[in-house]
Design a protein around this ligand. Structure first.
Ligand SMILES: Cc1cc2nc3c(=O)[nH]c(=O)nc-3n(C[C@H](O)[C@H](O)[C@H](O)COP(=O)(O)OP(=O)(O)OC[C@H]3O[C@@H](n4cnc5c(N)ncnc54)[C@H](O)[C@@H]3O)c2cc1C
Length: 342
């Protein structure tokens, strides 16, 4: 087993911060995962599995256990009929390559999730979503190594406790399942409107009326290129905050005070409100904070960027400035989207 020691964690997070990992290894098969977990268990070490590190903030203290980077690849079509196609995909595949593949085959289901960085295996962890679509709409089941039971298991969609940007893998069973494969069902129908406001605006502006998976993907890519910094150029974790969900009474009260506040009613009667709008109102859009070396991306107030921060403590201090100001103005507590590990 090729296990590296004292590895810089900043190379394993697109925010490029964090201390050192005691041990790190790549795994491109189920057998390797099992062997690595048992190696760690023999030494009483914690284990965490990662993909590309685009949704992780590592602590300055580093990670005292073993990090397993998932490199399991492969796409396999397992069934198809006139209306749909089901396929199994290795957790180490790059998510956007999968989207590109599905669009080339003219399949619908994940084109709205174009250009989301990271690996396939991380997608269920926060139930990745964008432009009104979520992974949970197309995921049939997944396979994972259950570190509690010490064996590989299959979990159906309904067993994953998916919700807005979360799942059991991010909450009650954080760290327990090392995901190796996912199964998706994609359809042969065209994407159907109504589309997300900004996407529809782009389509209208560019007079795109043929809603094919290819056209939707292209539109999403173009919008995202402007809105989000490329992590290979600017250190960031994408949206740093989730949109808070509040009760409708609180939303009505806020609307009295801030008539322009943006909110989307949900089926459960609550309202999802725009974290980006609140952060902008709190004066943080396109901010460059000299004290911490952190900033906010000009294209989106949701995106925190690392301009010259040295430590995760700097990042957390900057985050706290935003959270406190937004709470002071709106009485709403912002939640961080990327995971602070360990
Ligand atoms: C510019 C930018 C834009 C983004 N846009 C979006 C967006 O629109 N929507 C969205 O939802 N997210 C978005 N993200 C966040 C991120 O891309 C996703 O969360 C992605 O799924 C993370 O993939 P990763 O491989 O980098 O995971 P990592 O960052 O490596 O890991 C994230 C979490 O998943 C766990 N994990 C990873 N792989 C596995 C596995 N195989 N088994 C078990 N646990 C695992 C890790 O332990 C960690 O807790 C964006 C990020 C960036 C930088």
């Amino acid at each position: 087993m090729d296990i590296k020691e004292n590895v810089d964690l900043s190379d394993y997070s697109t925010m490029r911060l964090g201390g050192k990992a005691r041990y790190l290894a790549e795994a491109d098969s189920e057998t390797k995962i099992k062997d690595l977990v048992s190696w760690a268990r023999q030494r009483s070490l914690l284990v965490v599995m990662i993909g590309e590190g685009s949704n992780i903030v590592w602590r300055d203290e580093g990670y005292e256990g073993l990090i397993i980077v998932n490199k399991i690849d492969g796409f396999k079509v397992i069934s198809k009929d006139d209306k749909s196609l089901a396929l199994k995909v290795g957790a180490g595949e790059i998510w956007d390559k999968l989207v590109e593949w599905s669009v080339k085959k003219n399949l619908t289901g994940i084109e709205f999730l174009s250009r989301i960085p990271g690996c396939v295996g991380a997608a269920p962890v926060q139930n990745i979503g964008a432009y009104g679509a979520e992974l949970s709409n197309v995921l049939v089941e997944l396979e994972a190594y259950d570190t509690n039971l010490g064996k590989f298991v299959t979990l159906a969609n309904k067993d994953c406790a998916f919700a807005y940007r979360t799942s059991r893998f991010k909450t009650t069973d954080k760290g327990r399942f090392l995901i190796t494969l996912i199964t998706l069902r994609l359809t042969k129908a065209k994407p159907k409107p109504p589309f997300y406001e900004s996407l529809q605006a782009y389509l209208d502006e560019h007079k795109i009326r043929d809603y094919t998976p290819k056209n939707i993907r292209q539109a999403v890519i173009e919008i995202r290129k402007i809105k989000l910094p490329d992590p290979s150029v600017v250190a960031n974790n994408g949206s740093f905050f989730t949109n808070p969900i509040i009760i409708s009474e609180q939303f009505e009260e806020l609307k009295q005070k801030y008539p322009d506040i943006k909110g989307w009613p949900r089926e459960d009667g609550r309202v999802k409100i725009s974290a980006g709008w609140m952060i902008e109102q709190a004066g943080f859009k396109d901010v460059h904070d000299q004290e911490t070396g952190m900033g906010i991306w000009w294209g989106s107030a949701l995106v925190m960027i690392n301009e010259h921060a040295k430590t995760t403590a700097d990042l957390l201090a900057f985050k706290q400035k935003i959270v406190s100001k937004v709470y002071e103005m709106f009485g709403v507590m912002l939640e961080q989207e990327p995971e602070l590990l360990p």
